[in-house]
Write a protein that binds this ligand. Sequence first.
Ligand SMILES: Cc1ncc(COP(=O)(O)O)c(C=O)c1O
Length: 404
Amino acid sequence: MATHQLTSLFDQPVAREHSQSLKYDGRTATFGTDDVLPMWVADMDFAVPQAISNALQTRASHPVFGYSLAPESLYQALIEWLQNTHDWQVQREWIVLTPGVVPSLNLVVAALTTEQAGVIVQPPVYFPFFSAVTNQNRRLLENPLRLTNDGDLSYQMDLDQLEECAKDAELLLLCSPHNPVGRVWHKVELHALLAIAEKHDLTILSDEIHADLVYSDAQHTPLSRLSLETESDAAASHRIITAVSPSKTFNIPGLGLSALIIPNQAHRCAIQTHLQHMGVSVTNPFNLAAFEAAYREGGEWRNALIAYLQQTRDEAIAFINQHLPAIRVIQPQATYLLWLDCRQLQLDDAALNRFFIAEAKLGLSPGAMFGRGGQGFMRMNIGTTKANVLAALTRLQAALAKRS
Ligand SMILES: Cc1ncc(COP(=O)(O)O)c(C=O)c1O
C-alpha cells in the first residue's frame, strides 16, 4: 500500500468506547467523568497494521489455545528488525522474552541488585521507573534532568550529578528515548554515560520501548550497540540490558510481550531464574502472533505512522505557539507524547488538573505523576487523528480564553 493511502488510514476514526479500552472506558474512574477527550495513557487510536490483524485472525481460527512456545522465526524477526532499523547486531542467545517492559523493569531491579541498593532514575520520567525501585525495597537515587532555555526549551542529562549518584548506585534505569520529555539521547551524551558506568561499575537498564517512534529530525542510538562500536566502550556492553517491544510502535500494548537483550551471561541467568520463580507465563498464542507479524511485516506501516505523527506534532506545535501563549511546548524528538509547560498559568497541580478536566474537557496525564520537574506540566497523547488533536487544542484555547 502506498504511503499516502496508509496516511489517510490514520485519519479514519476508530470507535474505541465499549471495547474494554482503559483510555476510553476508564475515563470516569480516572477523571471522575467521561466527558473528556482521552489523551492520557500511552496507546494510540489507530488500527494496527493489516499484517497483525491477519496473524491474529489466523491464530484465532485454530480452535485450541494451549500453552505456547515462541518459534525460532519470532526471534529471527526481532533480530532482523534490530539489524535493519537500528544497525544493531543482536545474538539469538541474548534475547529473553518478558511479559512487558514494566514487568521487565521490576524483574531487572529484583534480579540484579541487592536489598537497599541505590538505583538511579532521571525525573521527570515514566512513573513505573520509581515503583520498580521502591517495590523491590531498593533506594531511589534521583538525578533530575536539566531544563535549559536558549530560546527553545530542552532537556539534558546532568552528567556531573549522575556521576555523584553513580558512586552510591548499582543500577541506572535509562529511558531512551525519554518519556515524557521526548528526548532522543545524543551519542555524545551516551558515551559520557557509558564512561561513568564503567568507572563506577554501574549496570544500566536501557528502556528503548520508544526507539522505533523517532522523528526524522533525530537519530536513536541503541546504548548497547554504541558500547560495541568503540573499543573504549566495548567493555561496557556486558553491563547493559535493553528492553525492546513492538507494543508502542504497533499499538499492541494490550497483548503484553516484550524482550530483554542481555549480552552478559551471568545477568541473563539471574534474570531467567527470577522470571521462572515468578511462575509467569510470558507467551500466549496471540501475543506471539502479533509480535512476530509486527517486526516481520510492519516496517512500511511504521514509516507511514511516523510521517503522520510528525505532521500532527508539527501542526500541534504551530497551533500552540500561535494560539496558546500561556503554554509552551517541548518539541519531542520521539514518541507521540507532547510535554506541555503550563507553569505560566500559575496553578498548583490539583488546580491545573481540574482546569484541564472540568474547563477544557481534556483527559491528559498530570506532569506531577512523572516526579520531580513535572510540576506545572501536562502530558498530551497525540496518537490519534489529527482532527482529534486539533479539536483538543481548540477546546484548550476556548477554556484559556474564558480564564483571561
Ligand atoms: C518508557 C516506557 N516504558 C514502558 C512502558 C510500558 O511498557 P509495557 O506496557 O510493555 O509494560 C511505557 C508505556 O508508556 C513507557 O513509556
